[in-house]
Structure formats: C-alpha cells, structure tokens
Design a protein around this ligand. Structure first.
Ligand code: CS2
Length: 487
C-alpha cells in the first residue's frame, strides 16, 4: 500500500469501514469513466447511508485490463479522484471498488462471481461499439468472430455476451435470482439495446434460457455524464506533488456529474438517489439531450479541431469561431429535434455545456474524442441528421461535422503528417476515404457504419461539398465560410 499511508492536505478518504462491505455489483469495463461516475455515487452511498452490501468487484475481459487490475490491486483498490475546475483541483480517495478479477487469468472465478447470489447488479461500460449492434439492421451482429466462438463453446466464454449468459444460466439452474444488467454506455436507449443484444445472443445458444432472461433480468436505461479525460503522467505527478499520494492510476474529471436512471431493477439497488442520481421512469428525453448535444458537439469540434491543429478541447472552445460553430450546431440543428426534458431549461443546459467544454484546467484530449468514430458517430450525430432531414430541417453544420471525420479518416493532416486512427475499422475506413478521393461516397457505402443515412443523396451532397472545401482550403477557412454562408 505504498503511498497510501499518510495522504496529506486533509483530503476526503472513505469515512466508512471498508472491511465491513460486501460486494453486490460486478462492473465490467473498469476505466476512468466508471471510476469517476458509478463508483463515486456508490462511494457516496457508503459514506451517507448504512447500506454496506453494494461494493463493486471490477471485472476485465480484455488483455489491456491487466494494467488496471495491477494498479488497483497494488493500492487495495483505492484510488484518487481529482475534480478539476477552472480554479482548482479537489481530490478525494474512493473506496467502493473492493476487488478486481481478470477473465484471462481466471475465467472460472469470474463466472463464479457473476453467478453468486450476493451479486445483484452487473453494470457495463464496454464502449459504444461493445454491443455488437449492426447499424444498418438494428439487430445483433452474430457474425462477430469472438461471438461465434462463444456460441460454439457457451460454457467457456470469452465475450461479455458469453460471460453474462453463462452466469445467468448457472443462476437459473441453481435457483438464484437474476441480476440487473445496467448499461452505462453512451447509447440512446442503452438498456433496451443491451436487452435486445443479450437476448439475441442467448436466443442463438439457448432459446429456453433466453426466455428466462427476458422474464427475469431487468435492463434499465440510463443517461450518464461526466467528462473524464485519459489519465496522463502529468496527472500522476500532480497527484503526488499536490496531494502527497503516489497513485498508480488516479482519475481526473470535471466537477459536474449527472446520472438519470430508469428505476427498473429486478434484485435491489443502492440508494443512488440519496447521493444525487435521479431515478425516473422515462430516461429517453435526458439521453437524447445529452448524447445529441454533448457527445455530438464533442465529435463535431474534435475532428474539425484536430484538422485545425488543436490538441485540447478547451483550446477549441477558446476559439470564438469554433465556439460559434458549436453553439449554432446545437441551436439550429440539434435543439429542433429534442423533446422537452422535464425540469431542464435547454438554453441553460447548452450554456453549461459550453462552459464545461471550455474548462481550461481539465486538459481533455481532442485525440480521446476522435477515437472510435465509427462506433460513436452512428449514435451521436447520424440520428440527428436523419431526423433533421426527415423534417426538412437544416443539416449544414452536421454535414460539416461528418465531412471533418471523413477528411480525418484519410489519415494525413493539413501539414502532411500522419494521423493515427484509433478505430476498430481503421483500415477499412482509411481505405474507403482514400479511394473516394475528395468524395465521401465510398465511406457512405459502408452500411454497417452509416446505416440508412448512407442512402440520403441530399446529405451525401452536403457532406461532399464540405469535404471538397476542407481539401481545397483547409479546416479554418471552411469553418469561416460555413459560419458566413449559413444564415
Ligand atoms: C466523449 C465522451 O468519448 C467521447 O466522444 O464525448 O466520453 C464524453 O466525455 C462523456 O460522455 C461525458 O459524459
């Protein structure tokens, strides 16, 4: 526990007795976001209530999870969370994670944990692409190679689908009540999507079990929000010098956090509503607002911002032309398709978003937002474009956002330097971007990414116009032109 003995500066550490906790949640995909969000709400539950049976067991299914396991294990699963606001850094030590299992190391232990009656919630942050959702059909992509292996060997799984399904089979056979499966990824209707994908997988390997799952497992929808940049070595150093803690993997994030959760749990839940989460029966308006405005704006500013030479999101927001772009994108092209959100003033919400993006202390990386575009844009931007097109609304700024991504995918920036593409479809995307020349048609033909938007001639024309301009005059001048020409 080196480095944890005497954290100075009076920072907040778990006020509860961690040894009296028992685990009730398994979380699959422990990264920065989970540790800045659900784990923090749960830590607050332990501090403010006498609920003790909801500690979190982290589970990693992928080889890269080993680093997180080692980091957390070396410090008794405690970690430092630093909230960075414009003026200051505030740190606390979070204690709600109490163990970590790595599937590659010990698959049986993971299955035993998931099957044990004490586990009543399995939550997920497996990324937008982790659900095997085919964008063009809206169905489960059962052709995925790992999924195929799991379907052939359901008792020795390797994917999240295989683990969850096998654990639920064991629970059913043992007469153990099911757990709630709580998706915390940025997908609209994330619970409904999770339900459809997990049931489809189960249907393929064991239809009887699928029936049991559909009747016993709850899949709540929820909207999650907290900007959590990737942790850097500079952050580790800051935690050491400012707070006296030698933390192998601290988390940095903004002070803001929001969690709106559909109150649909089949086997109990922590009192998250007592510590700021909003439990409701209809999450959809909140999800749409957050994903279309926050995540959509993020993607729009990141690709164009990258091409214009920015490294950090707050730098993009400090540029008045970019700020106007994002404000107008939100006002003119996203707001018209949003439904009223109970208790939320959208104008105020958007103003807060601009402020959050502009937080100069947070150091959120443009490169982080640019990752994995082929899984993010279909959730963050394309549905807005489709809905605007359907109501004959304006889509110029959305087209510019999509064109910036297409330009980025070509793999060479405006100065001729290589862009490293971090996307599971990187090779295919780059190939299509290059083969398409200054047109996006070849990319739009990728049905699994663009879905039905790929057949909209009107939108393709708009994107092609923006793309040509990006090639001819670069990001900065193109942006100026868009701001001047679109009234
Ligand atoms: C970002 C999100 O990954 C992205 O593209 O938009 O990680 C964003 O920071 C979070 O959803 C904020 O809640």
């Amino acid at each position: 526990m080196a480095g944890w003995q005497a954290p100075s500066k009076g920072l907040r550490t778990p006020s509860y007795d961690r040894s009296s906790l028992t685990e009730g949640i398994v979380h699959i995909g422990v990264g920065g976001f989970h540790r800045a969000h659900e784990a923090v709400y749960t830590d607050d539950v332990f501090s403010t209530t006498d609920e003790k049976n909801w500690a979190i067991c982290g589970v990693g299914l992928l080889p890269h999870d080993q680093r997180m396991k080692e980091a957390l294990e070396s410090q008794d699963y405690l970690y430092t969370l630093v909230e960075k606001s414009a003026g200051k850094n505030e740190a606390r030590v979070v204690g709600s994670i109490t163990s970590f299992l790595l599937a590659l190391e010990n698959p049986e232990k993971v299955l035993a944990k998931l099957s044990s009656s004490e586990i009543r919630i399995v939550s997920l942050t497996i990324t937008e692409g982790g659900y095997c959702l085919n964008q063009s059909t809206g169905e489960f992509d059962g052709a995925n190679a790992d999924v195929q292996v799991d379907l052939a060997n359901p008792h020795t799984p390797r994917t999240v689908f295989g683990y969850v399904t096998e654990a639920l089979r064991r629970r059913r056979d043992a007469g153990t009540p099911a757990f709630t499966l709580l998706s915390c990824d940025n997908i609209q209707h994330n619970g409904d999507v999770a339900r459809k994908m997990f049931l489809s997988f189960a249907e393929l390997c064991n239809p009887g079990l699928a029936e049991w799952i559909s009747q016993n497992v709850a899949f709540p929808n929820c909207m999650v929000d907290r900007i959590t940049p990737a942790t850097t070595d500079a952050d580790r150093e800051m935690v050491r010098t400012e707070f006296g803690i030698d933390d192998a993997w601290p988390v940095v994030c903004e002070p803001f956090r929001q969690w709106v959760v559909e109150d649909n749990f089949c086997n109990g839940r922590p009192s998250w509503e007592r510590v700021g989460a909003q439990m409701t029966h209809n999450v959809h308006p909140y999800e749409a607002m957050k994903i279309r405005l926050l995540n959509g704006s993020h993607s729009a500013m990141a690709y164009l911002g990258y091409l214009a030479g920015f490294t950090y999101i707050h730098e993009v927001m400090a540029d008045m032309e970019f700020q106007t772009y994002i404000q107008r994108l939100m006002d003119e092209e996203v707001t018209p398709i949003l439904m009223p959100v109970p208790g939320v003033d959208l104008e105020q919400y958007k103003a807060t978003l601009i402020e959050r993006f502009a937080n100069p202390n947070i150091g959120d990386q443009v490169a982080r937002i640019c990752m994995d575009g082929s899984n993010k844009l279909p959730k963050f931007i394309f549905p807005t474009a489709e809905e605007q097109l359907a109501r004959a609304g304006q889509t110029h700024f959305l087209a510019l956002a999509v064109a910036s991504w297409c330009r980025f995918l070509n793999g060479t920036d405006e100065k001729g330097y290589e862009i490293s593409l971090d996307d599971p479809r990187a090779e295919t995307l780059r190939g299509a971007a290059i083969a398409g020349g200054h047109k996006a048609d070849k990319l739009f033909a990728m049905e699994e990414v663009f879905g039905s938007l790929g057949t909209s001639k009107e939108f393709i024309n708009q994107v092609n116009k923006a793309l040509q301009s990006l090639y001819d005059m670069g990001a900065r001048k193109t942006l100026r032109r868009y701001l001047a020409s679109v009234s």
